[in-house]
Write a protein that binds this ligand. Sequence first.
Ligand code: WQD
Length: 343
Amino acid sequence: MRVLVTGGTGYIGSHTVLCLLEAGHQVVVLDNLVNSSQESLVRVRELTGKPVSFHHVDLLDEPAVDGVFGAYEADGGIDAVIHFAGLKAVGESVHQPLRYYHNNVTGTINLLRVMDARGVRTLVFSSSATVYGDRNPTPYIEKMDIGANNPYGRTKEQIEDILSDVGAADSRWHIALLRYFNPVGAHPSGRIGEDPMGIPNNLVPFIAQVAVGRREKLMVFGGDYDTPDGTALRDYIHVMDLSEGHVAAVDHVAKREGVFRWNLGSGIGSSVFDVLHAFERAVGHPLPYEVAARRAGDLPAFWADPSSALADLGWSTTKTLDEMCEDHWRWQKNNPAGYAPAE
Ligand code: WQD
């Protein structure tokens, strides 16, 4: 299939582009580069030896989005879309809700309008475990009621609702909603990886920047949770496993009408200290940290029940926390400034 990947120059997007190419699909990338670099695609082309088309387009520019679809009409058109493009910083979304709703929700509606007009109705959507909110027991199960507790999460929840309504109104749609947990790691080559702009919000990229000397020490947000070591538990998943989950999902829904939901997680809860010590094993020496106050909005513990993805897609995680940290470290060590040119 020819698959359009929105947000395909980003962290999960670029790894998914690589996995799609290696699975034999043709890939077209649409990205506005607000939070990523085209360099990731240059390296994906190097790693796979395969071409990837790129369009510097913003989903808020609906005519330009339509132009991308039109560019391939004469050559069989776009067969499916994997939709990553969106703003994703929880803290930022609290301060800039209108920007997040406009960018994420309006952008998605524009994409769906163009898809429908062009007769392209196979979509995999990048959702998030954050939609489960703070009301559900762990492990999270797809059939649970959702209710995010921050604007970013609510954009994901609203897009899930929009897609559910679209699928209910028109049975020609084939839709997968993928709720992922905590993506970490990098392609084993160390050539592509996570390159957050500014101070990393997330745990592993922050630890990686401490290890490479860009940050002084890790602040552990809370050491007094009711967990085995007092630090919060999360379900970390290797970005390569996550990307393979997207390939499995798009192949699956391409053949089936309807709206499907799958958790993409390991089903294992790991603590902040578990992650820190796994990263220290990868680096080969202790890393500086300080236990600080809990971060507002954080939950003590959550992880996935991943059984539906295994049953339906034949997909499950394969990589350990140590492999996640080894691969993340190899990327960061080889690219201390991310995709920015070495000084
Ligand atoms: C993990 C744990 C922190 C940084 C978020 C989004 C979620 C998804 C994944 C997009 C927590 C602790 C973190 C640090 C720390 N993103 N931590 N020091 O909050 O589980 O999920 O990213 O979909 O939507 O909510 O991930 O990596 O920020 O935090 O102690 O410097 O690490 O308190 O317990 P989180 P995270």
